[in-house]
Design a protein around this ligand. Structure first.
Ligand code: PXG
Ligand code: PLP
Length: 435
């Protein structure tokens, strides 16, 4: 075990509190982590919404090992390797019709930056260079880079970092507990929140707006499920005004909502889609942007020896990531994991909603294998009640995630009913004790 914890500045962590009482994992397999002192902990959040096929999958591990031995790195600019093409083709085949061009990145944050730049550049190459504005949504999470926090709407992730990108505006979030608390699946009220986009179009004029970016299900902010008809209405408004619609499917991609992508679950196809996490089952960092072919083709003009899109990362389409991605998609296909969330959703929802009458629970929400439980804050100490639940669950060998006073669940898609029972029973005890 490490003797000194000082040098590692941990991301999104209460560093001083953590280092007083560190929580260390040293092994993971299937539905579980193991702590440094040998305790087996049920993973209720698929690592961080990414280990969709469960931990330590042999096929993926071996694919990474083989690739590392065969070719560690290949320059992605003006060179390529076969697995990059193979993976792009497989990802495109899973996606909604028409989204068949794939640009690789190394994370969700990079996917978001890439998609925003692609949207603005697309309008420019087609002769509408004045379309530079970007519209995000309150409470949106689009990673932590400057573009992503600019269109993002999580205040804590923005307020320390200056003025960010110019020309960004936001529509309201869709959380409406007064009308929708304890909805099972998609809430029935709130399609009209999409009309905020019409207001921003009236304010800025459509001719200045490049794209709108939303998470189909807002994850990081605490699981906000799109109201019925909401995403459809956003799509219609974008179409009417020539604005690109970007779905950030970093969390919802790869089976989380019951179909390969939330676009399919909700029946709305965006123009650009950002991916990461489940693409490699979390085993090697990787992200991607899926683009409509027509967007890609718009760039393919001018002299053929010239670079069409001045963007990319040293590690775009990294061989280890591509090998992991291919093995991951094979695993998903063989085990039917990309539709398994739909099969387990009913039992998962029953468990979650059985917690509704516990003390302090003010909302429960779910779709596929995503769950959110909102607690009333301890007066004067926001976030404390949920954090106490997190620590209590960890103590009882179950890993959950909290944001504000909301508990978020997103277990590996291989979860069995017995695991759901353990998750719900442990949470139930912890919520009672935190009351
Ligand atoms: N977009 C969305 C919708 C995400 O959920 C990102 C972009 C950024 O991805 P990277 O790979 O750069 O982290 C995410 C990431 C949480 C939590 O607690 C969620 C994320 C990251 C960290 C914590 O819910 N999602
Ligand atoms: N900073 C410097 C000085 C670089 O040379 C590069 C890449 O060549 C980067 C940042 C970007 O790194 P990456 O391509 O891994 O995002």
């Amino acid at each position: 075990m490490p003797t000194d914890l000082d040098a590692y500045w941990m991301p999104f962590t209460a560093n001083r509190q953590f280092k007083e009482a560190p929580r260390l994992f040293t092994k993971a397999k299937g539905m579980h982590f193991w702590t440094d002192d040998g305790r087996q902990v049920l993973d209720g959040i698929a690592g961080l919404w990414c280990v969709n096929a469960g931990h330590g999958r042999t096929r993926i591990t071996e694919a990474i090992q083989r690739q590392a031995a065969e070719m560690d790195f290949c320059p992605p600019f003006q060179m390529a390797h076969p697995k990059a093409f193979a993976l792009a083709e497989k990802v495109a085949a899973l996606a909604p019709e028409g989204l068949n061009r794939v640009f690789f990145t190394n994370s969700g944050s990079e996917s978001v930056e890439t998609a925003l730049k692609m949207a603005i550049a697309y309008h420019r190459v087609r002769g509408e260079g004045q379309r530079t504005r970007l519209i995000g949504r309150e409470r949106g999470y689009h990673g932590v880079n400057f573009g992503g926090i600019s269109v993002g709407g999580i205040v804590a992730n923005r307020k320390m970092f200056g003025t960010m990108l110019g020309g960004v505006d936001h529509i309201r979030h869709t959380h409406d507990p007064a009308r929708n608390a304890f909805s099972v699946g998609q809430p029935s009220h709130g399609a009209e929140f999409a009309d905020d986009l019409e207001k921003l179009i009236a304010l800025h004029d459509a001719s200045t707006i490049a794209a709108v970016i939303v998470e189909p299900v807002a994850g990081s902010t605490g699981v906000l499920i799109p109201p019925q008809g909401y995403l459809q209405r956003l799509r219609e408004i974008c179409d009417r005004h020539g604005i690109l619609l970007i779905f950030d499917e970093v969390i919802t991609g790869f089976g989380r909502t019951g179909q390969p992508f939330a676009a399919q679950t909700f029946g709305v196809t965006p123009d650009l889609m950002t991916l990461a996490k489940g693409l490699t089952n979390g085993a090697v960092p990787m992200g991607a942007v899926l683009a409509r072919q027509s967007i890609h083709d718009t760039f393919m003009t001018g002299p053929e020896h010239l670079i069409e899109f001045f963007h990319g990362y040293t590690y775009s389409a990294h061989p280890l990531a591509c090998a992991a991605g291919l093995a991951t998609l094979e695993t998903y296909a063989d085990e039917g994991l990309l539709t398994r969330a739909g099969e387990m959703a009913g039992y998962f929802a029953e468990g979650l909603h059985s917690l509704r009458s516990l003390p302090g629970v003010i909302d429960v929400r779910n779709v596929g294998l995503i769950g959110g439980i909102e607690l009333t804050p301890v007066p004067g100490q926001p976030t404390k009640r949920a954090f106490d639940v997190f620590l209590d669950c960890y103590d009882k060998s179950v890993l959950v995630r909290t944001t504000g006073d909301i508990i978020a669940l997103s277990p590996p898609l291989i979860i069995e009913r017995s695991h759901i029972d353990q998750l719900i029973e442990t949470l139930s005890g912890a919520i009672r004790r935190a009351a």
